[in-house]
Design a protein around this ligand. Sequence first.
Ligand SMILES: [Zn+2]
Length: 269
Amino acid sequence: MPELPEVETTRKGLEPFILSSKVKTVNIHFKTLRWPIPKEITSIEGLKSIGIERRAKYLLWHFKHGTVVMHLGMSGAMRIVSSKEPLQKHDHFEVIFTSGKALRFNDPRRFGAVLWQAKEETLDILQSLGPEPLTNDFNTNYLQQALSKRKGAIKNAIMTNQVVVGVGNIYASEALFLSGIKPTAIANKVSKARLVKLVDAIKQVLAKAIAEGGTTLKDFTQTDGNPGYFAQQLNVYGREGEDCFNCNAIIKRKVIGQRASYYCGNCQR
Ligand SMILES: [Zn+2]
């Protein structure tokens, strides 16, 4: 599943194309992804974008009168290709630019989304989101407050969008390892000193993944069409039964909140 670093990589890849050329035509090849693609999307025809941002795992593609909101879902990927190139299977949404390039959204499982948000409007899905992990709004004082009433596992808490956005399963596992916190630790019982380390670790793993262009996803494709498979060194994720790089104990796997979690029982308490 594309996580925050893949979405940020996609944003960076799209930016030069969408800022340098006007939209010529919008083609909806498949009407309903996770939700129907609204017809208002075609109102961007003939216009030039004023910028593209990322909020959580949403891409916000801004025009003067509104925003195209896109989500990659479970299996979505964006590509920039020549508009003359034949469509591929599962290319459900396409924007052709006056430059002759085309942005294509490919999504075999169709859990992704392409939505329209009019100016002055905020879609429900963009409301009640927690802070961005890489901003100063996500800090130890904030996290301590946000966890104060959460009695579940710390791993589930940091994967909750209202607490902090964009910390997916891989990054949650890795950040907990780096901060020495067991994934099943009770969220509101983790000491402030340990939350300092956790905040730092979350920022570190995400920043590193963004710098490397994404994570170890087989089906993620970068906007230039190259496969986004990066052999980022993971300390615990996917390493059940292997030796901990830190202490040589065996990495364990446990299902927490229906997600596979990996940890070192010796390094993480
Ligand atoms: Zn260890």
